[in-house]
Design a protein around this ligand. Structure first.
Ligand code: ADP
Ligand code: MG
Length: 329
């Protein structure tokens, strides 16, 4: 672009909440063939709220909800309101220090239900998987199947509940507990899944319009998320993204590799995301587009920032670049 075109495009963009960084960005935006959207916080509001708490009954010789020591509570019912409150209490304790919207919604949900959330120590965030922390001497894990699998916890007892919640488009998280002094390896005293908690998010009102406009312009639209397949498909269906273009359960470090594979055959992709976990993909894409409310890391890695967090501003960015470059040579 000539300096004049760059100046005009950049200033029209700025007036429309679209910040173009650097001189050659306009050309690259004009030339994209595919747009890849992150799900949470990008196509959805990213404002989660807790919707479900389910206690999983322990298998006859499986793990147990409480230790038989000081924190024990013999005769505790294994399902019902008390068991559910206990699941939420543990989950909220583990998520107490989490900055992830999923974790914050769990803590807020527990507080709203009047649950006294205990302190936790040894908090650890496992990106793209969940959290773990020590609560009352036990290790509590909250996250996806992978997180619990890696800790040697059998997730099968919760599978039916997980699927039910996921097919409703909710993000369901397993709550696992490994008692103090658990021996290594599986066994009756090893960890067990004690429950499932679910958060729901709402799709942004303009997300479907953005997808429709992009497809009408001949662009290929994809969804890329760390969330599970069922939830991802439910959202894709709602906004009009082809199920074949859904890439779910992608770890943060693998998002960039997915962009590379989309670009492998000469396709120029624009990645649109908001999170720390999107930064490598934003940097890898021909155009990285961050939301203004996104994390600083995402904004720094991006070429374009959408100040209004509106998915239809992706279309606006493409229109502005195409328009100014064709008019001002
Ligand atoms: P996205 O790509 O949709 O922004 P993330 O990569 O941040 O999602 O997370 C992927 C998955 O990891 C979530 O859907 C959830 O199952 C799990 N997860 C991540 N952080 C947490 C957390 N703090 N608590 C529970 N689960 C989590
Ligand atoms: Mg996100």
């Amino acid at each position: 672009a000539t300096p004049a075109a760059t100046m005009v495009g950049t200033s029209i963009g700025a007036n429309n909440g679209v910040v173009f960084k650097g001189g050659d960005v306009l050309e690259r935006v004009r030339d994209v063939d595919a747009v890849v959207f992150d799900k949470t916080g990008t196509l959805t509001e990213g404002e989660m709220s807790l919707t479900d708490v389910v206690a999983i009954e322990r298998a006859p010789d499986g793990g147990r909800l409480r230790d038989d020591d000081g924190s024990a509570s013999g005769g505790e019912p294994e399902a019902g309101p008390d068991a559910e409150a206990e699941v939420l209490r543990l989950a909220a304790a583990a998520e107490r220090n989490s900055e992830h919207p999923l974790g914050r919604a769990v803590v807020a949900g527990a507080e709203a239900r009047g649950i006294d959330v205990p302190e936790a120590t040894d908090f650890e965030n496992v990106p793209g998987q969940g959290v773990r922390a020590t609560v009352e001497g036990a290790t509590v894990l909250v996250g996806n199947r992978r997180l619990l699998d890696d800790a040697g916890i059998d997730t099968a007892p919760a599978e039916e509940e997980l699927r039910r919640l996921e097919s409703e488009g909710k993000t369901a998280m397993l709550v696992g507990r490994i008692p103090r002094d658990a021996p290594d390896g599986a066994g009756s005293d090893a960890g067990a899944v004690v429950g499932v908690v679910a958060d729901a998010d709402t799709v942004k009102p303009t997300a479907a319009d953005a997808v429709r406009d992009l497809r009408e312009r001949g662009l290929d639209v994809h969804l890329l998320t760390g969330d599970n397949e069922r939830t991802a498909r439910a959202v894709a269906d709602e906004v009009g993204i082809d199920p074949d273009n859904v890439r779910a359960e992608v770890l943060p470090d693998d998002k960039a590799a997915v962009i590379e594979s989309i670009q492998a055959e000469g396709t120029a992709a624009m990645m649109v995301g908001d999170g720390v976990n999107d930064a490598p993909a934003l940097a890898t894409a021909s155009v990285g587009t961050a939301l203004g409310s996104g994390t600083d890391v995402a904004i720094e890695a991006a070429d374009v920032t959408l100040m209004r967090d509106d998915p239809t501003d992706v279309v606006k960015a493409i229109r502005i670049s195409a328009g100014t470059l064709s008019k001002i040579k």
